[in-house]
Write a protein that binds this ligand. Sequence first.
Ligand code: PAF
Length: 284
Amino acid sequence: MQLLATVAQVRERVRTWHAGGERVALVPTMGNLHEGHISLVEEARRRAQRVIVSVFVNPLQFGPSEDFAAYPRTLDDDAGLLRRAGCDVLFAPPVEEIYPDRGAQPTMVTVRGLSGILCGQFRPGHFDGVATVVAKLFNIVAPDVAIFGEKDYQQFIIIRRMTLDLQLPVEVVGAPTVRAPDGLALSSRNRYLGAAEREVAPAIHRALHAAIERLRSGDRDFAGIESAGWRALAQAGLRPDYFAIRDAADLQAPRPGSAELVVLTAARLGRSRLIDNLRLRLVG
Ligand code: PAF
């Protein structure tokens, strides 16, 4: 595995692969990798001959009171995991390489309608930062396919929409959430949880699961199901930002023709903000 830090190096590497007719997959990450990320690399390997994983803690997607400075940076450990997972290139640029104009980025990508709802209401500007850096990574790496975890479901939908709207020649693929045995979705931010909080955290998966079961049984009292989910989280000791049922295709309110629903939540626990979701395909 090669460790590359500059845009020029990564462009040259991909150019030679493409010249040899090889398909290239990108897995964008912020590092502090765990099993969930490795499952994305495995998916990338199934879909392309070459795999690039980017590790870049993107300042543009953190709010002023968020954890940019504290975000765990573990490049040596990440490199070890990626080498074993069969990654070809680890692209870990310094901030100046992605934002060369002394950090300025006057050009931003906004996916209107999607960026301001759900998590976007609680993290203003977050998804603009995500969409902008992902558009830049797509332009730098020029992958044929890019893999994103479905745990960040709103992020996945936003990136898919951005790629479509900007006509970027990249196939955007979502990969299933990897969970601990007690249901907690794996996340780099789980490492902020103390032992007692870690015991409480699986309540998120239980609440989502209960909502999905009500939907599966034919219950369409969306508001009632959402408030029951909210209450379950609050009773377990979490502070929910939202608990919402949406159409899985576009995150709008469910409509009679919706083919798939998604139940999404974000809740605070100690100093962590945890997000998760579950989907339900509607038959008939
Ligand atoms: O999901 C993440 O780790 C980040 O939001 C991403 C997609 C790498 C963009 O910085």
